[in-house]
Write a protein that binds this ligand. Structure first.
Ligand SMILES: *Cc1c(COP(=O)(O)O)cnc(C)c1O
Length: 392
């Protein structure tokens, strides 16, 4: 049995840390900031980096560690580290890999706050970020200089669900000796494992699909043991450690991740097909549709097409707003990946700071509605979208 390769759900449920003291089936919550030593000499154990020796929860906590082990397993990583938010995971990871004078190449269509970190904050530390637009992704090569350290990207892209060829980016990065970092929040480890495709570091806003119940904010990074050790040293100083109780909730959610995401994949495909044939819908953006520009690539690269889709209402922003305000099951809320179906209008939320020109360039119109499809009964989601479309 030891050599068997277990499936994602089995790994997400059983992990490999058990409560040795009482053999509880559910790993306990160690809600403590500090840990007493038996003898003063025991502090040396921490300095010697003895595993599972805890002295203070900013450095490590058993509940957090148990969840980190399972997070690593489901992304096929050697190790993982949990953070207090997705942004803490992103900023700490980047800052542990760049110094003043370095350059980063980033896709321009990335999570808005990551974009702001790159554009408005990193330059203050002497780090230059060169943005590449999705349409010019093949031209990354031209942006590489002797100072380039990292390539940063996301796929599927928010909210157009465009797909980037991960292996192509990795091939170039390896040739040029650059570290690749991918935000895998939208795809989830169920639909896509970028480390298997050669990416160096994967990170997630665990607030989204991994937790899946809209009840916590966390982030995580998965990579080789060596890289995680490096990032952990920075986290110990920057202090983005997660709360043990939130970590416990995430650990609970991981047990149903595969079930939830598979249902979200199915629901999203059915909703995308329904919307595609509706006369009040101009365009649907979903990688699972044969009309999607990278449908073939998505089929090759992903195991499922995900729970995120967008569509353009035939009309202006007022019609899009009216649609969102008429929904009876789905909620009009930012965020994504939860059991509830959530809708949002990108030009009012995630992309509110972008100019008309910028929006046009990335293919976002004012009547676009983004949907994070939940796990409700599909008949009810379809009923809800139909009645809301009827009302506009
Ligand atoms: C939400 C999100 C983040 C930020 O994560 P927080 O947990 O909100 O800090 C980063 N990347 C993507 C793709 C996201 O959706």
């Amino acid at each position: 049995m030891k050599t068997k390769k277990f499936g994602t759900s089995t790994l997400a449920i059983h992990g490999d840390l058990k409560d040795k003291q009482f053999r509880s089936v559910v790993y306990p919550i160690y809600q403590t900031s500090t840990f007493a030593v038996e003898k003063s000499d025991d502090y040396q154990k921490f300095i010697d980096e003895v595993e599972d020796f805890y002295i203070y929860s900013r450095y490590g906590n058993p509940t957090v560690k148990e969840v980190e082990k399972r997070l690593a397993l489901i992304e096929n990583a050697e190790d993982s580290i949990l953070f207090s938010s997705g942004m803490s995971a992103i900023t700490t990871t980047i800052l542990s890999y760049v110094q003043s004078g370095d350059e980063i190449i980033s896709l321009s269509s990335i999570y808005g706050v990551t974009y702001r970190f790159f554009r408005d904050y990193l330059p203050n530390f002497g780090v230059k970020v060169k943005f590449v637009e999705l349409e010019n992704i093949d031209e990354i090569e031209k942006l590489i200089t002797a100072r380039t350290k990292l390539i940063y990207f996301e796929t599927p892209v928010n909210p157009t669900t465009r797909i980037i060829d991960i292996e192509k980016v990795v091939k170039l990065a390896k040739r040029e000796n650059l570290t690749t970092i991918i935000d895998n929040t939208f795809a989830t480890p169920i639909n896509q494992n970028p480390l298997d495709l050669g990416v160096d570091i994967v990170l997630h806003s665990a607030t989204k699909y991994l937790s899946g119940h809209s009840d916590l904010i966390l982030g995580c990074v998965m990579s080789s043991r060596e890289r995680i050790e490096r990032i952990r040293k920075f986290k110990n100083v920057f202090g983005g450690n997660p709360d043990p109780h939130q970590a416990f909730l995430l650990g609970r959610s991981l047990k149903t991740l595969e079930l939830r995401v598979k249902r979200q994949n199915e629901n999203a495909l059915q909703l995308a097909e329904f919307l595609s044939s509706h006369r009040k819908v101009r365009k649907v953006f979903y990688p699972g549709l044969s009309t999607h520009p990278e449908h073939e690539l998505a089929k090759r690269q992903m195991r499922g097409f995900g729970g995120m889709l967008s569509f353009e209402i035939d009309g202006d922003i007022e019609r899009a707003k009216k649609f969102c305000d008429s929904l009876k099951v789905a909620l009009n809320a930012t965020s994504l990946g939860s059991v509830e179906t959530l809708v949002s209008i990108p030009v009012l939320t995630s992309h509110v700071k972008m100019s008309r020109d910028e929006l046009e360039k990335v293919g976002i119109s004012e009547s676009m509605v983004r949907v994070s499809v939940g796990i409700e009964n599909i008949e009810d989601i379809l009923w809800d979208f139909e009645q809301a479309l009827d009302s506009i």
